[in-house]
Design a protein around this ligand. Structure first.
Ligand code: SF4
Length: 181
């Protein structure tokens, strides 16, 4: 049997969706028997590889690094799953959008609330520049499957991955599977 190449990506999110992935508990052992985890915050792999079968993308697109990453992820992945409410709608990550741009957020965080020597970080190539608007993943690249939830429960993650392992498209229906929050 060909092993599925699975990746998980962490963009602008709190990592709660990845924590929920770990809640799969003992099913992770079954999963590990069927997939190769080729890229993930759980694994120390620097370069997103070619030929990924399924990728779970946590978080919204909030900075220049995310923007570059999501294009690369889309180019190199067959099935892209928007993983959690931040990826699907922007959710918590997009709460800053009504402020109009990144500048008020940076001012508040690094200048107004600084105890001493407030300074907005500016290190090109090290600190990615914030986008003025946070956007959900599908606003940048096509998404194949939406998995809402903040975070999606382990049950929902399993209900998404199990059909994909069989080569089928998951049918996420009903309150237990598609409720936001
Ligand atoms: Fe965190 Fe919720 Fe966003 Fe997932 S959807 S990254 S748990 S805030």
């Amino acid at each position: 049997m060909t092993r599925l190449k699975l990746a998980t990506v962490w963009l602008g999110g709190c990592s709660g969706c990845h924590m929920s992935f770990l809640d799969l508990d003992e099913w992770l052992i079954d999963l590990a028997a069927q997939v190769d985890l080729v890229y993930s915050p759980f694994a120390d792999i620097k370069e997103y590889p070619q030929g990924v079968d399924v990728v779970l993308v946590e978080g919204a697109v909030a900075n220049e690094d995310h923007l570059q990453m999501i294009h690369q992820v889309r180019e190199r992945s067959r099935i892209l799953v928007s993983f959690g409410d931040c990826a699907v709608t922007g959710n918590v990550t997009a709460l800053r959008n009504p402020l109009g741009s990144a500048e008020p957020v940076l001012q508040r965080c690094y200048i107004e609330t600084a105890d001493i020597h407030g300074k907005i970080p500016h290190e090109p190539g090290i600190v990615p520049t914030l986008l003025d608007r946070v956007v959900p993943v599908h606003r940048i690249v096509p998404v194949d499957i939406y998995m809402p939830g903040c975070p999606p429960s382990a049950t929902r993650i399993k209900a998404t991955l199990e059909p994909l392992l069989r080569g089928e498209k998951p049918q996420l229906e009903g309150r237990d599977m598609i409720k936001f929050g």
